[in-house]
Design a binder for this molecule. Structure first.
Ligand SMILES: Cc1cc2nc3c(=O)[nH]c(=O)nc-3n(C[C@H](O)[C@H](O)[C@H](O)COP(=O)(O)OP(=O)(O)OC[C@H]3O[C@@H](n4cnc5c(N)ncnc54)[C@H](O)[C@@H]3O)c2cc1C
Length: 468
């Protein structure tokens, strides 16, 4: 429980209506979109909540909250819109939850230098629409664009669906404004590039609220593309489709959307256009019209050389139209199912082995009724895999079944040389597996950095960084 004296001081600093304590007011900020939290809440085995929700309106408000928290040794959990899927938000009664969604100002759009600055709590779609009015785009289109904040994107190292050309969030961040765990304000990023020591912005990219609260984000923009067109191909095997993707990327072409579905997912997502036993590779091509034409011609040749055959180009617009539909977790629980997605990545030489091992290991688990994958983010050096699994059973057994699936995916990925977290972050579900990416020494270094920045450990404890 939080001390009444702290709540009084918070109300004095922010205003009465900015400090919420009733069950009703805090109910929808008790956790993020992590399946396990939803499963436990649905089963009635998770009923924790933050001691209070504070709703700062400005950077000065955030500093006031953090200073009071530091003075009283109170933990603070930053909250954007709660669309994280890894359990980054699970505050208890002794913690404050800092809901940043009232910090929703578009600070500046500069269409000469192509940068825009936002309060960290600006909704992603609002940010994109604001720059779109000026003929610009951020180019960051996570499936959750309307459910997430600009500050949340940075905090989780997010990736958008058009990342293969526009990059991931770390390629877009120009400057950050952050309140450190003692209330100090730090502003990082002044020019398009710097050789001014280590890039400190990266301490906060992916910190998931453990190093401070991001209050302002400046993103580099693009002018909207002159042309866009779509291509789709049937892939006779996973290997053939991956080979085509690798050749396209390594030749220097950059279709912003490049997604390869295994045969099971091709059938599930594109039934009218799919061919039995074959996967599907779909691509968007964007940019100056002459480059789009050249890219399409080159991609057609490369695909044919890998024995891919043309599919109906309607597949791309169909995907575009339906791409953001997401059923609620509870719909699955009601049917006796737990379903989740897990994104990993690997170099080109490892990715097929990762796919095979995950399908074998997860498929062998009791209760698993489906496991499949697609890739959605390609690089010169490799590609991600985005697995979907479903496990069926009695409500009481779903939690153990869920964790077993996660364990199998994490271990198979690491065993074959992949990275265990492509873009959803670590949160609580991947915390035990962070060591696979960082090694013991890397995890120790992260703990050391955290100890230096936040010696009291008040920023989002229990998240991201494994206990020593
Ligand atoms: C349907 C759906 C689709 C999704 N699609 C994608 C996708 O395509 N690509 C992708 O990358 N992710 C995706 N996600 C995951 C999620 O949307 C992203 O992780 C997103 O970046 C989280 O933003 P948020 O504002 O909701 O953050 P929250 O969920 O509120 O917070 C996420 C983490 O960041 C911390 N945090 C939030 N704001 C701040 C801040 N200002 N300062 C410091 N720490 C902060 C929190 O403490 C927490 O640990 C999807 C999620 C859903 C539910």
């Amino acid at each position: 429980m939080l001390a009444e004296s702290l709540l009084t001081r918070l109300r004095d600093a922010l205003g009465d209506d900015r400090v919420l304590t009733s069950d009703e007011d805090v109910a929808d900020r008790r956790h993020d979109y992590w399946v396990l939290s939803h499963l436990q809440a649905w089963r009635g085995t998770f009923d924790d909540r933050p001691g209070a929700v504070v709703r700062p309106r400005s950077t000065a408000d955030v500093q006031a909250v953090v200073r009071l928290a530091a003075e009283t040794g109170t933990a603070v959990v930053p909250f954007g819109l709660g669309s994280g899927v890894c359990g980054g938000i699970r505050p208890d009664q002794g913690m404050l939850l800092a809901d940043l969604s009232s910090m929703d100002r578009i600070r500046n759009i500069d269409d000469v230098n192509l940068v825009a600055s936002f309060d960290a709590g600006v909704n992603g779609l609002v940010a994109e629409e604001a720059v779109a009015e000026r003929g610009l785009t951020i180019g960051h289109w996570p499936q959750s664009i309307a459910l997430s904040t600009v500050g949340g994107w940075v905090s989780t190292r997010a990736a958008g669906q058009f990342s293969t050309a526009y990059g991931n969030i770390e390629d877009m961040v120009y400057a950050l404004e952050v309140v450190l765990p003692d209330g100090t304000l730090v502003e990082l990023g002044r020019a398009p590039r710097a050789a001014a020591g280590p890039d400190l912005r990266h301490i906060f990219l992916g910190a998931e609220g453990t190093f401070g609260i991001i209050t302002g984000v400046t993103l580099a923009l693009h002018r909207q593309p002159e042309a866009r067109t779509w291509r789709a191909f049937h892939t006779p095997s996973l290997a053939a489709g991956l080979d085509a993707q690798r050749r396209i990327m390594q030749a220097g072409w950059k279709p912003p959307v490049m997604r390869q579905y295994d045969a099971r997912e091709a059938r599930r997502n594109f039934k009218p256009w799919s061919t039995e036993g074959q996967g599907m590779l779909l691509m968007a091509h964007e940019g100056p019209a002459v480059r789009v034409d050249a890219e399409v011609a080159a991609v057609d040749d490369l695909a044919a050389s890998c024995e891919l055959t043309r599919a109906d180009d309607e597949v791309g617009p169909h995907w575009m139209e339906n791409r953001n539909h997401v059923p609620s977790w509870e719909e699955f629980f009601e049917q006796g199912l737990v379903v989740d997605t897990i994104e990993v990545s690997g170099p080109w030489t490892a990715v097929e082995a990762i796919y095979d091992a995950v399908l074998a290991d997860v498929g062998a688990l009791n209760g698993v009724v489906a496991v499949s994958a697609h890739s959605s983010h390609a690089y010169r050096t490799g590609v991600n895999l985005y697995f979907t699994f479903a496990s069926a059973g009695d409500a009481a057994d779903l939690e153990a079944a869920y964790l077993a699936c996660w364990h199998a995916v994490m271990e198979a990925t690491a065993r074959h040389g992949g990275g265990v977290a492509h873009h959803h972050g670590i949160g609580r579900v991947r915390r035990p597996y962070l060591v696979h990416d960082l090694g013991e020494a890397g995890v120790d270094l992260l703990r050391t950095l955290r100890g230096a920045v936040d010696p009291q450990g008040i920023m989002n404890p229990g998240n991201l960084i494994p206990d020593a």
